[in-house]
Design a protein around this ligand. Structure first.
Ligand code: ASP
Length: 188
């Protein structure tokens, strides 16, 4: 069974409503539990980063997140003889996810899948899209076919390469697209 680690950096996927508006409050383990992913308790290595809304991140913060990705990939999986994770999922606000995945594609040099995801609906929504996005991201990160493709962005049942992906909708669950980069025909 491949081991996929989780780096949780906030975003709508982790946000709940409160007196100060909607802010990230759910931890990585909360997200795993909500998605029904085994490992919500202990087996998935999780790192939580608190950096505020991704809409306010500058290049320095994005670089920090990429460094945390490197650290998560390098960290031994607890309960093993020092084995490293087979892949990494990063939960991220949608506003700058395309910038972070692009920066990661420039800075990371690792064949293992790194898959960014998030949500349009908050954690405490009655119909959250985060759990399905997270399950999809874990499935992609565990798939050997996702190796050697650079960091990927997985959202609403679609998987995008870092180059060309962009946020195309503020509200709909289909938040990301890659205009001008349609599906490839087999063999093309
Ligand atoms: N609106 C953003 C999101 O969808 C918030 C952020 O980018 O942190 O996650």
């Amino acid at each position: 069974m491949p081991t996929v680690a989780l780096l949780a950096t906030g975003g709508t996927i982790a946000s709940t409503g409160g007196p100060d508006g909607r802010v990230p409050t759910a931890t990585g383990r909360d997200l795993l539990r909500q998605a029904g992913l085994s490992g919500g308790e202990t087996t998935v290595p999780v790192r939580d980063l608190e950096l505020g809304g991704s809409f306010s991140w500058d290049l320095e913060k994005m670089r920090l997140v990429v460094e945390e990705m490197q650290a998560a990939l390098a960290a031994p999986v607890p309960g093993t003889d020092g084995a490293r994770p087979d892949g990494l999922v990063v939960t991220h606000g949608t506003d700058t996810m395309e910038e972070t995945v692009f920066l990661a594609s420039l800075l990371l040099d690792d064949p293992r899948p790194v898959v960014l995801t998030g949500a349009q609906e908050p954690y405490d929504s009655r119909s959250p899209d985060g759990p399905e996005n997270l399950r999809d991201a874990f499935a992609v990160a565990a798939d050997p076919l996702a190796r050697d493709r650079g960091p990927l962005l997985c959202f609403d049942g679609m998987v995008f390469a870092a180059r060309g992906v962009t946020k195309i909708d503020t509200l709909s669950h289909r938040a990301f697209g890659a205009p001008g980069r349609g599906r490839r025909r087999r063999g093309a």
